[in-house]
Design a protein around this ligand. Structure first.
Ligand SMILES: [Zn+2]
Length: 364
């Protein structure tokens, strides 16, 4: 698709899943090479089976991963390559800084219980997965000129993995890893309060590891409250249902909480009904702190421009708002202060703004 980008300037992306951003060509290549059965033989067919064009239920969405993850998980070369190609993809989208997230356990085939994707037992541990992804990301940074950091995901349904997730965040801190996330099905009862997750987040706080949590996407405002109060999150993945609880929303606005918004994803997963106003319009009106992100571009057949086009064409977003939200994304990134400053300077320059200018609408 050749289309003028909605915002043809440097961008920052904070919420994108590595395992939802793989090239179909790469899936086919490793499926064939490793003898892993795939539901299609050509890129086009595979795109149509893995990709979504219209809203699906959560189980329908999650089934997509079952199709292709067995081709990638448990293969050193594949894990490193998807990380490298991810950076190439982001360079083409005009992204200058990205934080990419994934569950190390879901790409491993050794010392992981239960074994993901019905893989046979192999010899790649979650620890080695992180090391391989780091290598791919760092080579990508060097070759494509995009600054990349990573976030390791705990999974709501597997609290027994979380202690290792935070241990890996500590081990690889500053070797691309900057934060911890909690992903998966947030409607699992009390999953924000599972001791495995709570203890991992406490350990993250103690060790200066930054925190984000998927909350208030399909789940209620209560999930957001738990993420803030129990898990001490610094950003909220999605967070739309915050607006259902005015007191909570007001508190998060006052605290300048960052919301990682993924509008096209929300349309396709059904977490947003397009006949209603998307909460990001409210965020814009209130000059809240938020970013625009792709989430899982392989499955949503999208690029970052898809999200910018959607907000520009259907929600009246302007160039000024795009600048403001990218500056807020940079400020809310998990980079250390000096690197954050550099990133901000790059954006101010590209946007024709004075170097130390505060983001428009930012609270003093
Ligand atoms: Zn996500």
């Amino acid at each position: 698709m050749t289309q003028t980008p909605a915002f043809d300037k440097p961008k920052v992306e904070l919420h994108v899943h590595l395992d939802g951003s793989i090239k179909p060509e790469t899936i086919l290549y490793y499926g064939r090479k490793r003898g892993v059965a795939l539901p299609a033989d050509t890129v086009e067919e595979l795109k149509n089976i893995i990709g979504m064009d219209k809203p699906l239920t959560l189980p329908g969405f999650l089934a997509k991963f079952d199709y292709y993850m067995p081709a990638i998980a448990g293969c050193r070369e594949a894990i490193k390559r998807i990380a490298y190609e991810f950076v190439e993809m982001k360079a083409k989208e005009g992204v200058v800084y990205v934080e990419v997230r994934y569950s190390p356990h879901l790409l491993a085939n050794y010392k992981v219980e239960p074994m993901p994707w019905n893989q046979p037992k192999g010899d790649i541990t979650p620890d080695e997965v992180v090391s391989l992804v780091n290598q791919g990301l760092q080579e990508g940074e060097r070759d494509f000129g995009v600054k990349v950091r990573s976030i390791l995901c705990c999974m709501r349904h597997e609290p027994s993995w979380s202690a290792e997730v935070v241990a890996l965040c500590k081990k690889y801190q500053h070797q691309t890893v900057v934060g911890i996330d909690l992903a998966g099905d947030e409607t699992i009862a009390d999953s924000s309060l599972f001791p495995g997750h709570v203890q991992a987040y406490e350990e993250a706080v103690r060790n200066g590891i930054h925190r984000t949590v998927h909350a208030g996407e399909a789940g209620t405002a209560e999930r957001v409250k738990e993420a803030v109060d129990n898990l001490k999150t610094e950003r909220v993945g999605h967070g739309y249902h915050t607006v259902d609880d005015e007191a909570l929303y007001k508190r998060l606005l006052e605290n300048n909480m960052h919301f990682e918004v993924c509008p096209w994803s929300n349309y396709l997963t059904g977490s947003w009904n397009p006949d209603t106003e998307h909460p990001v319009v409210r965020f814009k009106r209130d000059q809240a702190n938020y970013s625009l992100n792709t989430d899982d571009p392989l499955i949503f057949k999208s690029t970052l421009d898809t999200d910018y086009q959607l907000t520009k064409q259907k929600m009246g977003f302007t160039e000024e708002e795009f600048k403001r939200l990218n500056i807020n994304a940079a400020k809310s990134s998990f980079l250390p202060e000096d690197e954050k400053r550099e990133l901000l300077d790059l954006l101010y320059k590209a946007y024709g703004m004075p170097p130390a200018a505060p983001a428009a609408g930012q609270q003093p």
